[in-house]
Design a protein around this ligand. Structure first.
Ligand SMILES: [Zn+2]
Ligand SMILES: [Zn+2]
Ligand SMILES: [Zn+2]
Length: 281
């Protein structure tokens, strides 16, 4: 048995048996839904999946005619979609500490420019061989003012501009980030508070503060669950999930942090400095 849960613990499930496949998906929709470099999914026969909580806080969002995504309304974590009437359930591995390692990368044709794949897993441009589903064009956004970068959620309700270059970008492997993003790790860019401006849909921006944490707050769209920038007025910083950006920030993560808490199903294969907790200084 292998238990999964959202960040706030309202939504829990259990998987038994081995996934049919496990893949890192780099498609634009996964990157936005998770606010991360990629989403990692267990494709599981529904007989091997069981909800162990109510689904009262689960919100569904149809990101394409073929695929409905699901997230927790309370905390914003991506949660499994599909149910026992379907043949398969798609389970976000980021909500699990242990489990199967990925077999492949998919949709590397849409990969983020700020993320390099450094492992030896097979890479597929779009769907894995044998899958024949339609692919969708990315939506287009209006131009940003000179020097600003554009960011938005998956459903398009929320649009923001990044007005400053990132001071630093970290890949964070802490358990909170993994559950909040439901991904292998977060990739977060830091600016001043004034570095992020919401242009549209601020009324759709929800946040969840982890009760046990001093600062940790996950910010997400209430309609599609996508990760969004967090403006932290106490520390006077803004923290932007790079997965929410539509434009290339021209910056990449400089290190891996909190690697003492990384997912056991994920191996770090880049050669960036890795720190057990915070970087020195
Ligand atoms: Zn939750
Ligand atoms: Zn995807
Ligand atoms: Zn949205």
């Amino acid at each position: 048995m292998n238990d999964g849960k959202c960040l706030c613990g309202s939504v829990t499930w259990e998987i038994s048996g081995k996934p049919e496949s496990t893949y890192h998906c780099h498609c634009t929709m996964c990157r936005k839904a998770h606010g991360a470099a990629f989403g990692t999914y267990y494709l599981l026969a529904s007989k091997d999946f069981r909800w162990t909580s109510s689904r009262d806080t689960v919100v569904e969002y149809a990101s394409s005619p073929e695929l409905t995504r699901a997230f927790c309304r309370n905390c914003g974590s991506v949660v499994p979609n599909g149910d026992n009437e379907d043949k398969y359930v798609y389970v976000p591995a980021g909500c699990h500490d242990e489990g199967a390692n990925a077999d492949a990368h998919i949709f590397v044709g849409s990969k983020a420019p700020w993320y390099d794949i450094t492992d030896d897993l097979p890479r597929h441009e779009a769907y894995p061989p044998g899958e024949d589903l339609p692919a969708y064009e990315d939506k287009s956004l209006p131009d940003a003012p000179e020097g600003a970068l554009r960011g938005s959620c998956l459903c398009g309700a929320v649009v923001f501009h990044l007005l400053e270059p990132f001071k630093v970008v970290h890949n964070c492997h802490c358990s909170r980030c993994r559950h909040a993003r439901a991904a292998a790790h977060a990739t977060n860019g830091f600016t001043s508070m004034e570095g992020v401006r919401f242009i549209k849909g601020e009324e759709h921006v929800s946040s969840y503060k982890l009760p046990t944490a001093r600062f940790f707050t996950h910010v997400f769209c209430d309609t599609c669950g996508s990760g969004l920038p967090r403006i932290d007025s106490e520390r006077k910083i803004a923290v932007t999930p790079l997965g929410a950006l539509d434009d290339d920030p021209g910056a990449k993560a400089v290190d891996n942090i909190f690697v003492a808490y990384k997912a056991r199903w994920y191996d770090i294969t880049d050669d960036l400095p890795a720190y057990d907790e915070l970087p020195p200084g």
